[in-house]
Design a protein around this ligand. Structure first.
Ligand code: ADE
Ligand code: ZN
Length: 316
């Protein structure tokens, strides 16, 4: 089954590049940049990756980003991801990055974007893999902060395909970012948003109606709202589902409890993605394989999911 999954041409549409920073590279960058780390070893750091919910993960994840200092650091992190993804049959990746995590530490946009662009160029030339960048706003911060972030990013407009919304979902509805998404759309940026990961179905509706998103990231709580579910099916709105992430962050108790197959059976356009693979125990290949095993997905169903990912990509 692993070979079959790797042979399926697929796109990864839900991947936070900061979440692809493996502990080994984190330690190397910490050494390179003389940044102290709280954990004494790679093993001790990995052992700390036991999360109780989204916030418990985000606290560790934002702290770890401190080791990223130079354009080369961002390029190395992204290149490690591209190599791994390409080895698992990913032909195209639409990658989230969180500029506010870096600009708030005094790292410039230029450093972040040029580093990621460098890796994208090498991935295309050496691996034949295409990619796009989606700038995510941190929803626990204010809309004014997001607006400033967008304005700064527009100096690098050509490097960016879309905008997204991530970080702590509960208490930070999509409607909080109505104006900044309106501005981003006016600039021709394609909108997406995390919604219905921990937040209620109403946040999925807001993302569609107010932010006018073209895909929903996660979206698994749509199952609680039959009318919304019907709309997702009728309008064939893609969901970028991340099964291993959902188990690690306790959205579902186990993979066998995940609603991915149920959504697929109901006609929802689901895709499988890795979210933050360095933290959640697997890249896209492991997400496909574990889901297939836990939910009994057939080769035909896996092929449909991979086709959905190609169909749902923006920049192929
Ligand atoms: N940032 C990185 N991973 C995330 C997730 N799963 N949900 C929200 N924000 C995130
Ligand atoms: Zn995510």
């Amino acid at each position: 089954m692993r070979e079959f999954i790797e042979s399926l041409p697929k796109a990864e549409l839900h991947l936070h590049i900061e979440g692809a920073l493996e502990p080994e590279l984190m330690f190397e960058l910490a050494r390179r940049n003389a940044i102290p780390l709280r954990h004494p070893s790679v093993e001790a750091l990995r052992a700390a990756y036991r999360f109780t919910d989204l916030q418990s993960f985000l606290d560790i994840y934002y702290e770890a980003a401190a080791v990223l200092q130079t354009r080369e650091d961002f390029a190395d992190m992204a290149m490690a991801y591209f190599r791994k993804a390409a080895s698992q049959g990913v032909k195209h990746a639409e990658i989230f990055f969180d500029p506010q995590t870096h600009t708030s530490r005094g790292i410039s946009y230029e450093t972040v974007i040029r580093g990621l662009e460098e890796a994208r160029r090498v991935a295309k030339a050496e691996l034949g893999m295409t990619s796009a960048l989606i700038l995510c706003f941190l929803r626990h911060l204010s809309e004014d902060d997001a607006m400033e972030t967008l304005a700064g990013a527009l100096h690098f407009r050509d490097a960016i395909t879309g905008v997204g919304l991530d970080s702590s979902e509960r208490g930070h509805p999509p409607s909080k970012f109505a104006r900044v998404f309106e501005r981003a759309r006016a600039e021709g940026l394609i909108p997406v948003a995390h919604a219905g990961e921990e937040g209620p179905p109403e946040y999925i509706r807001e993302a569609l109606d107010i932010l006018k998103v073209r895909r929903i990231d996660h979206g698994v709580r749509c199952i609680e709202d039959p009318d919304l579910l019907k709309r997702l099916v009728d309008e064939q709105i893609p969901l970028t589902v991340c099964p291993l992430s959902n188990v690690k962050l306790r959205v579902f108790d186990t993979l066998r409890d995940h609603n991915l197959k149920q959504l697929l059976d109901l006609g929802v356009k689901v895709t499988i993605n890795s979210d933050d693979p360095a933290y959640f125990g697997g890249y896209i290949g492991e997400n496909y394989l574990s889901s297939a095993e836990a939910l009994g997905l057939t080769k035909e169903e896996l092929t449909t999911i991979a086709k959905n990912s190609i169909d749902a990509s923006f920049d192929l």
